[in-house]
Design a protein around this ligand. Structure first.
Ligand code: SAM
Ligand code: SF4
Length: 330
């Protein structure tokens, strides 16, 4: 890296970019989006060349990890060509890792190409192993598709972490089974607290389940030992003695982790969000189109000064931001 790193007004260095390549999805998870969401017009999406140019600017400023996300990233046409282009930047260019967050439904088709492109680790979101509950939570998804995708990804040699949102009155009593299943297959798992993001017509406090409660319940049956594993994300990990596996806790509400935040998000239309829980954004699309990489670079510096110190999520209030997780990129 020859250019100075991206450092925000609170001294936090930004090394991690989450890039949302589409806001569209083949599922409709109840905690993520409405049943009939309005998606962005396709003509507003940045081309893969533009998204790559934005990634290049971040890589030149010290971003070493890029996560491709969405919406469901694998439903955007020919997304592998973008991932393959980014794969060319691994190593020499300062980029150390390309990861993917996916719902897994399309993985059976893409796992091998992902591995060939240089992806090593993926997160697969899966909240339950109960077919009926899966169908209800995703509003008509098929659990079998995801399980086939996980099989294919393991066969392709991808390291998988299962991400599950803990949901009051839904999967809360299935978390143990999900963890035992994941660890039995050699997969890490992280639990996530539901966040009040997006106008999706639900009272968040009816969905929210504190991970403090989940941990206490798990500790009635399992021995959890805190470990200092740092995967560059917000999970705090424990080792589970009985399963031999690792379990992460992503607790944006019950344990705020903003002081170590190292990430920013770019949407498929080129909006740079410095915080998942705040409305302020910077339009990288016009900057890139009008001023090219030099203007983009200057814009990143200005944006860093705008990164808030922390989010202020409150499940008892309205949504912290109006855009859904699928729009910002989870
Ligand atoms: N479609 C892909 C998937 O589901 O993995 C990638 C995008 S999705 C928005 C990324 C992650 O955000 C998923 O693990 C999902 O469970 C999580 N998520 C969505 N809405 C959420 C919310 N309101 N609170 C917490 N996590 C949420
Ligand atoms: Fe789609 Fe992921 Fe949102 Fe579920 S969580 S609706 S899979 S974007």
């Amino acid at each position: 890296m020859t250019q100075p790193p991206l450092i925000d007004a609170f001294g936090r260095r930004i090394t991690y970019l989450r890039l949302s390549v589409t806001d569209r999805c083949d599922l409709r998870c109840q905690y993520c989006m409405e049943e009939q969401p309005t998606f962005l017009p396709k003509q507003d999406l940045l081309s893969y060349e533009e998204l790559t140019a934005i990634c290049d600017s971040f890589i030149a400023r010290g971003v070493s990890k890029i996560r491709i996300t969405g919406g469901e990233p694998l439903v955007r046409r020919d997304v592998l060509s973008l991932i393959e282009a980014l794969g060319q930047r691994l190593g020499n260019h300062g980029l150390r890792e390309i990861c993917l967050t996916t719902n897994g439904t399309q993985l059976a088709r893409y796992a091998t190409r992902l591995a060939d492109a240089g992806v090593r680790r993926i997160n697969v979101s899966l909240d339950t192993l109960d077919e009926v509950m899966f169908q209800r939570l995703t509003r008509n998804g098929r659990l079998g598709d995801v399980l086939k995708g996980i099989d294919a990804a393991q066969k392709a040699g991808l390291q998988i972490k299962i991400n599950a949102v803990a949901l009051q009155g839904e999967n809360e009593h299935q978390i143990e089974d999900l963890m035992v299943w994941a660890h039995g297959r050699g997969l890490d798992m992280s639990l996530i607290e539901v966040m009040p993001v997006g106008e999706i017509g639900v009272q968040r406090n009816s969905q929210f389940l504190s991970l403090k409660t989940v941990r206490a319940r798990l500790e009635e049956r399992f021995t959890l030992r805190d470990i200092a594993l740092d995967t560059g994300g917000p999970s705090r990990y424990v080792q589970v003695a009985e399963t031999g596996g690792r379990l992460g806790f992503i607790s944006p509400l019950s344990h705020n982790f903003c002081e170590t935040c190292n990430r920013v998000r770019v949407t498929c239309t080129g909006k740079l969000y410095m915080c998942l829980g705040k409305e302020n954004s910077v339009d990288l699309r016009n900057t890139l189109r009008q001023g090219g990489p030099v203007a983009l670079n200057a814009r990143l510096d200005a944006a860093m000064q705008d990164k808030p110190e922390r989010h202020e999520f409150d499940v008892n209030a309205g949504p912290a931001v109006s855009r859904s997780m699928a729009r910002t990129g989870g």
